[in-house]
Design a protein around this ligand. Structure first.
Ligand SMILES: Nc1nc2c(ncn2[C@@H]2O[C@H](COP(=O)(O)OP(=O)(O)OP(=O)(O)O)[C@@H](O)[C@H]2O)c(=O)[nH]1
Ligand SMILES: [K+]
Ligand SMILES: [Mg+2]
Length: 363
């Protein structure tokens, strides 16, 4: 039996099995097996996807992948936001490869990847689904583009496809410490009360994976699924922005409802509606920050802002300016939202805000 058939069989068994106290361990083990087979499916088989235009060099300050069903308007978005042209048409699967463009925003270069449309079953190899999803894994953010005139199930279907291959959208990495050991058996600890899984469940799963020596510490109330994620590894946790396109075709009430969903933005690429709003939201979801540098007695360099991540400190800024700067750092003067007074004298650990100005004083 091939891996795909094994996966199908386990999926059938899971859907057949009623969820209750008596089947809890059985279901947990089935999920652990499923995760293992899916992982096998993801491992390179030798016949890799090289050479068909999907291996695009990473460039710029961040990478964004466009994921969606066919003909939702992904290529139209690339054409409106970047200088690159990608073929658009009313028929499905117009785009067949990965086409990179660059969004210039707030002085940052954001790489936007137009990709072929994906359909249900993509993760199992339907269409070019697996190649598309492989590209999505390399992104800093996924834009899930949804046709606002169609049903909302698109979102759940696509999320499920990405989940299958280990992409976790808008979720934090579970706070579980896990380490395989050479001996000593399984050591299990938790710093909180566990309500969604148990030590026994974890033991059973580890046993199923033929792991007999390991240290496990739950630092939050995680589920069995989350433990399996940590065990299997190679999961990617990334932000996702849901972009509802074609709002020119729906009622204002419906636009309003969609715009209120979490991590969502509405637009019309054809009619150029709310593209500014889209860029603004994209910037926030990417958690990018621009910082201007200034030399003593001169105006800030408003042309050459540094692009960093939210939460960055003066130390990060120094690294971005020059690798030896931290060693020679005495203090910095900062103007902007991160300080009470402008300028304010700060140290290396001070956190910067978007559009702050900094002057570094050396020893
Ligand atoms: N009404 C309306 N139509 C749009 C909008 N944006 C794109 N379209 C139309 O939707 C169709 C598909 O657009 P594409 O950009 O080719 O869609 P895609 O998602 O790249 O499609 P594939 O590459 O086939 O997956 C085209 O006929 C576009 O003109 C919009 O905002 N409103
Ligand atoms: K199309
Ligand atoms: Mg396209």
């Amino acid at each position: 039996m091939g891996v795909l058939e094994k996966i199908a069989e386990i999926e059938r068994e899971i859907s057949r099995t009623q969820k209750n106290k008596a089947t809890e361990y059985h279901l947990g083990l089935l999920k652990a097996k499923l995760a293992r087979y899916r992982q096998q499916l993801l491992e390179p088989t030798g016949k890799s996807a090289k050479g068909d235009g999907f291996d695009v060099m990473k460039s710029g300050d961040a990478r964004v992948a466009l994921i969606g069903f066919p003909s939702v308007g992904k290529s139209t978005l690339l054409n409106t936001l970047t200088k690159t042209h990608s073929e658009c048409a009313s028929y499905e699967f117009t785009t067949l490869t990965c086409i990179p463009g660059v969004i210039e925003y707030n002085g940052a270069n954001i790489q936007l990847l137009d990709l072929p449309g994906i359909i249900e079953g993509a993760a199992k190899g339907k269409g070019r689904g697996r190649q598309v999803i492989a590209v999505a894994r390399t992104a800093d953010l996924v834009i899930m583009m949804i046709d606002a005139t169609k049903k909302d199930v698109q979102k759940d279907l696509l999320t499920a496809e990405l989940e299958t291959v280990g992409i976790r959208l808008n979720r934090r990495k579970p706070n579980i410490y896990y380490k395989e050991k050479k001996g000593g058996g399984i050591s299990f600890n938790s710093t909180v009360t566990l309500t969604k899984t148990s030590e026994r469940m974890v033991q059973l799963i580890l046993h199923d994976y033929k792991i007999f020596n390991a240290e496990v510490v739950f630092r939050e109330d995680c589920s069995t699924d989350e433990f399996i994620d940590v065990l299997v590894g190679s999961r990617v946790y990334m932000p996702c922005l849901y972009v509802y396109n074609k709002i020119d075709q729906i009622s204002i009430e419906e636009v309003d409802r969609l715009a209120r969903q979490p991590h969502s933005v509405v637009c019309s690429c054809n009619m150029m509606l709310n593209l500014d709003g889209l860029l603004d939201t994209l910037w926030r979801e990417l958690a990018l920050v621009r910082v201007f540098t200034k030399k003593r007695g001169e105006a800030p360099d408003f042309e050459g802002g540094l692009i960093l991540r939210r939460g960055c400190t003066v130390e990060h800024v120094c690294h971005a300016i020059h690798r030896t700067l931290v060693a020679n750092f005495k203090y910095a003067l900062v103007w902007g939202q991160s300080v009470k007074f402008s300028p304010q004298r700060v140290g290396l650990q001070h956190s910067m805000c978007h559009d702050d100005v900094i002057q570094v004083v050396k020893k």
